[in-house]
Design a protein around this ligand. Sequence first.
Ligand code: PMP
Length: 769
Amino acid sequence: MSLIDAGRDLTVATRSRLSETEASALVARLFGIKGRAHRLDGEYDENFRIDSADKAYVLKVAAPGERADLVDVQVAALRHLKQGNPRVARTEIDGVTRWVRLLDFVPGVLMADVSPQSAPLLRSLGAKIASIDLALSDFDHQAAHRELQWDLLRTSQLTEDARRITGARGQIATTLLQRIELEVLPIAERLQRQVIHGDPNDYNVIVAEDRVVALIDFGDVVHSATVCDLAIATAYAMTGKNDPLGAAAHVVAGYDAVLRLEDAERRVLFPLILARLLMSVVISAARKERAPDEAYYTVHEERAWRVLEQLHQVPFEIAQHVILSEAKDLLSPPGDSSAGDGDILSRRRALLGANLSLSYEKPLHIVRGWKQYLYDADGREFLDAYNNVAHVGHSHPRVVEAVARQMAVLNTNTRYLHENVLEYAERLRAKLPEPLRGGVCWFVNSGSEANELALRLARAFTGQRDVIVMEGGYHGNTQRMIEVSPYKFNGPGGEGCPPDVHVVPIPDVYRRRLQRHPERSEGSVVAVAVAALRKRDRAPSAFLVESLPSVAGQIVLPPGYLRDAFAAVRSAGGVCVVDEVQVGLGRVGSEFWGFELQDVVPDIVVMGKPLGNGQPLGAVVTTREIATAFANGMEYFNTFGGNPVSAAAGLAVLDVLEDEGLQHNAQDVGSYLLEQLRELQTRHAVIGDVRGAGFFIGVELVSDRETLEPATQETSAVVNGLKESGILTGTEGPHHNVIKIRPPMCFDRGNADSLVDRLDAVLTRSSLL
Ligand code: PMP
């Protein structure tokens, strides 16, 4: 028999039997209490809130024919928990005998109606479940030893009903059910058992002052595995969240802090959570077939499906790991992390170099990332509009899995043969135009290292040392990279421009510095630098340039700039090196590389930040000719560069980019965001310029649109205000007056709307000050 048919489903049968007036009369007659009755929701019982002069109660009138022992077990459990002060009576209503209970009303709201749900609230849910499990551990009742429709340990019975689900969702249900059985069955016998509440779904959880204060409705009380209540509560806590696994981790940590989970319980927890979600969708689907007009079922079903679809994409072990990741022996009390942050700040100051900067006036203590969201130690969610390293999204399960798998097998260096690095080199090269497509790759561990290598290649090829760079440029943190980064050598602590480095003005179209030479094309400033070198009988080894200068202020180079600049450099025998560290890998949307916006092909391409989604991975790709000149007998060895784990990360990133259509997303959502920001510019005079391509965007703030006076302080205030309102951006540019927007590639239209709305609000608020 199917599980659905076996279960009791009295909802329809019992609906609206008793009027509110009749309920008031009943309470007066049976319990001597005068009060007004208001109907409450109830699946099996008919429930009313009774407001008397001094107190509120809940009246529960059981369905006709309800078994006496089932009423008794509920009352006994409540009495054992010292909750609700239950009074019981049996009476005739319309000639039918029914059980009637009166309980104290618990003030508060239903967890299902609380949004958003904070980390302390989620932890308090776990803690409440644990304290009830503890309190019921020495309680028993014969009626609790029964077979229930919702018993999570009997998921195998769902298989038949799951066949009603067709298409992709049917596939998900079948795959997950198989996995659940595989995980749970072998250890089901070893699980700790006791009487549990049986259904702490979010309509049975009462919240007051951001804490769970009680579980209500003990109608499903049952003798089962202790861990089932935690699994059920967690399953519902995951619905409606951007990061369901993170939400689950809070609930589980709250539980574990009160009642330590046993090893077997840890192992079955995630499968049981899945089991509850599946049970919910399977039973809802079946009930919907019977009562298609019941919107209640559809709502539950849809929100459970959304979580299941999200979880289905995450490798099982990773989900399990995240869910248990916050459960530790000693947890700081919920909401007490500000004290912890003070501590972490002073420890950092004592332990790390003082010139490692922290973002924002009040620094963030981020403990988890998921897709385009980051979470602080208090569980507060931030929309990440800044991070281009987590290119395909924070903690992307496919990247995590690829890295973990390879790390578990082998991590060595390029002195042994290995497929990964070769496959990655092939895949990366294939993304480049000729002649780089047939060129040669090196793998390193950072953008700085990659730029270092690029300049060594240029020097080996040309025999020259001079380098031409762009005003405001940044290329890395090593000594030579500081020497070729005007942003650094002209900035605080800098030693000025070295004699073999030559800076050309930045073609900042908004600020139009180049108007001093309106007769020249913008790229011809590089020709001027080359000519100056030639006069001194010197020639450039390299022109090193970011395809879209970032720290210089999120600049988009004017059309034709690199074409003219490259021609000048090459005419003097120099090599053109494009630094794609910030913008490569589809970020600009319409193209895969930033330089493609300029219709040029560099001699050397430098890549970094996004390649490994956070796994350190940089790359240099050049032509065969340049590579040959570098192979002069000196070995190039890089201990970590090109290791199988980093290559696995790089491959997974390329797979996800392609499979999830993220370059197209950057184009689509990026253009939409630019449009919306330009619309905002018409309403806020402080926005002087909005520029960018795809997901590489700058919003320049000026206090005067004529003089372009930089609104430096306001920019800092706006970025901090955005952060306070839950959105992470940064500041950039020589005057620190450009808001930098550079989100993970999965940023969606809804995220773009949130960003624009909150920027609007922050700007409105600051203009009122
Ligand atoms: N080039 C550019 C354009 C960069 O923005 C950066 C880092 N911000 C680097 C190179 C250096 O990369 P890394 O910090 O990985 O050494």
